[in-house]
Design a protein around this ligand. Sequence first.
Ligand code: ZN
Length: 416
Amino acid sequence: MASSWHNLRIDIDRLRADIETLSKIGRAPDGNLTRHAFAPGYEEARRWLKSRFAASGIAARDDAAGNTIGRVGPETGPTVMSGSHIDTVPDGGPLDGAFGVLAALEVARVIKEAGLSPPRGFEAVAFIDEEGRYLDCLGSKAVTGALDLARVAKAKAPDDALLVDAMRGAGFDPARLSEAKRKKGEIAAYVELHIEQGPVLEAKGLPIGIVTGIVGVDHSDFTFYGEPDHAGTTPMDLRKDAFTGACEFVSRMRKMILRRGTPYTRLTYGIVKSKSAAANIVPFEIYLKQELRDTDQKLVKRLVKASYKLADKVAAEYRLRVEYAHTTGNTAALMAPRVQDIVEDSAKSLNLPAHRMPSGAGHDAQVIARVADAGMIFVPSEGGRSHRRDEWTDWKLLEQGANVLLQSVLRLMHAA
Ligand SMILES: [Zn+2]
């Protein structure tokens, strides 16, 4: 019997049709594809995804956090899980997250149609708000019980919309969020398929990446406060220019990262806002969102601490006041060697060369890794592009990645 499932393959035509359909849900007439968690476009995608499970006779449900879960095999007991997310960044691409969810759906269909009776269940999951419009990896954190409920109450989008309001608007009760937590041992193993979102696999000409670890991410807010004086009458040495101070801080942070970081350290100020709206007023309030990443969690912590210290120092030098706070983040996580080996075996069985590599992007897999053996499979990204409209991967490569996922899931379902 063992050999029967080794020959199973995904149906790329069916997967392709799903990818193409989902890429149109939430897309504006000008081509902008934005599906924020709990927004109307997202809820439409959720309904469509559930209809796709139903069309194949697969039971699907939404959990208390807003994750969508389809299950095949035994209805209770430990389950192998695969998933990703169907929310997008603003003006995002068609594959980030969506490919992993739809490939997991396809894997569930193949298992269902093959009439296998594996000892474990298989769940295909769309985790809510991976992109962190409200709270990074909200859905996978809820599943693992890693949510700080005090933070949930305050979590809000860049436009100040509250997470709790967004949840209620989509028919979910934030007070019941903790019910999404899965029991200890319920997730037997987790494997997530994702586009690389970087240039490494394409440059090496390899179809499959086996993720060894995922970077930790820290988000911190900084606000520099000065004085809104007249830009013409206030001499340079007497002004309290919040923008100049913020620039000095950012420039020194960059130098510090280059000196103290590793090749995997990343520092970004993706949101910069000024309260002033006139050319003739000294900038008096500058807001920065700082994002720091590295595969070494201790280093992330040290660098964040150093950034707070440097902000104090620069503020003093520029006679400003500064406020800073950690807002959200994800802990760096190593992928389970057992899952890495199974992915490698699966790729080998399909004659696909694979490359072990870290992930510079955050994923739900790093959250699930806290409670279960977790792994990730990457496929190349055309030009290394992601989080943009022209994010793409060749259909052949998507098919190969989905088949590695299928074989990895089957191995994990049958593993002792
Ligand atoms: Zn993603």
